[in-house]
Write a protein that binds this ligand. Structure first.
Ligand code: ADP
Length: 341
């Protein structure tokens, strides 16, 4: 194997007409080239498209001098998919060029996450702040004109908006701990049944939960689980609050039982359900249902999954459109063996 083949980047050397002179092993793999492609024009051997879907038939810009600025294009793979590749290069004295190709999928994912983050954070901060500013200003200007009752209502809204911003900041902190693998668990033996009952009773006392039918069905004989009670409470609360929020008319069934050495908690609703192609996505960072018009960050289930996995557990969802959703959490019964994350 030559040094050329050891390079981590795919390298293709072309002549002044764009014909492939040579390429390294990584280029054969990434660009799906074969030895028959050497001696052929590069743009015949591979198909590259720009963002607008136009096929690039000219890879060498016309100035033909020095370094080429990096370009992001899409490579048409044999499986029919378009994969992002970053292409850079340098001209050779004879008008040919050395081109490097890098798989840009990861970078594209990071860019997308970054813009999701900015969009979510700015929306989730701007809308409560607009309301806080509006109510405060109105009260300051027209203080005498409002009754105590009206002022109380406005102050309650301001209070809720401040809570919303605090919640967002806490979620972002949780996400950064999960991403860095630094979730700190204060494990102890916990009575899952008692914990679930207490989450349900707290949910019933909140405005969204009042008047809602939440039925709890538990296996009273369950062993304790060795886990962080605050984190498990956070997970179950998120699942119950989501059911209240996304299945507003429905009865909610919460059950705690045992399956294959795990304690299994289920939160089932008879709400609108989630289309199969979106079930995976809602556990991803900023993942939200496509038609979701309610406010939210799309971080709750991502955090839920991260916290469950930190315990050596799992979360999931079974759902049928029009028939409701069942979200479940499984925690190892004998979690003392699970390494602390
Ligand atoms: P958020 O509620 O802030 O959007 P989550 O991560 O908690 O974030 O939920 C992600 C998405 O999953 C929601 O936006 C919603 O589309 C969907 N979802 C969650 N729970 C339910 C449910 N019980 N029924 C229907 N859709 C749900």
């Amino acid at each position: 194997m030559s040094t050329f083949d050891l390079l981590p980047e795919a390298v293709v050397v072309v002549d002044a007409d764009g014909v492939i002179r040579t390429c390294n092993d990584r280029a054969y793999a990434l660009l799906e080239l074969t030895s028959d492609d050497v001696g052929q024009p590069l743009t015949k051997a591979i198909e590259l498209q720009d963002d607008g879907g136009t096929v690039c038939d000219q890879l060498l810009p016309s100035n033909r001098f020095g370094r080429m600025a990096e370009r992001l294009l899409r490579l048409h793979h044999s499986d029919g998919r378009l994969r992002p590749v970053a292409i850079a290069g340098r001209y050779l004295d004879d008008g040919g060029a050395v081109l490097t190709f890098r798989n840009a999928g990861r970078r594209e994912r990071i860019d997308r996450l970054r813009s999701d983050l900015v969009a979510t954070v700015s929306h989730e901060i701007r809308s409560p702040l607009t309301s806080v500013k509006g109510f405060t200003r109105t009260m300051l200007i027209k203080w005498e004109r409002f009754s105590d009752e009206q002022k109380r209502t406005m102050l309650e809204t301001i209070n809720e908006d401040a809570d919303r911003v605090t919640r967002l900041l806490k979620e972002l902190l949780d996400v950064s701990r999960i991403d860095a693998g630094r979730v700190q668990l204060q494990r102890q033996r916990i009575d899952v049944v008692g914990l679930v009952k207490s989450v349900v009773s707290k949910a019933e006392q909140r405005p969204e939960g009042s008047g809602r039918e939440i039925v709890v069905d538990v296996d009273e004989d369950l062993p304790n689980v060795f886990a962080d009670p605050d984190k498990i409470e956070q997970i179950v609360t998120n699942l119950v609050e989501n059911a209240l929020k996304y299945a507003p008319e429905s009865r909610i069934d919460v059950s705690v039982g045992r399956t294959d050495g795990m304690v299994r908690i289920e939160v089932a609703d008879q709400g609108p359900g989630i289309p199969p192609d979106q079930v995976r996505r809602i556990f991803e960072k900023f993942g939200r249902g496509r038609d979701n018009r309610r406010s939210g960050t799309g971080l709750g289930l991502y955090i839920t999954r991260g916290l469950a996995e930190a315990h050596g557990g799992r979360v999931g969802c079974e759902s049928e459109v029009g028939d409701g959703s069942t979200f479940w959490l499984e925690l190892p019964i004998d979690a003392e063996d699970v390494p602390t994350v």
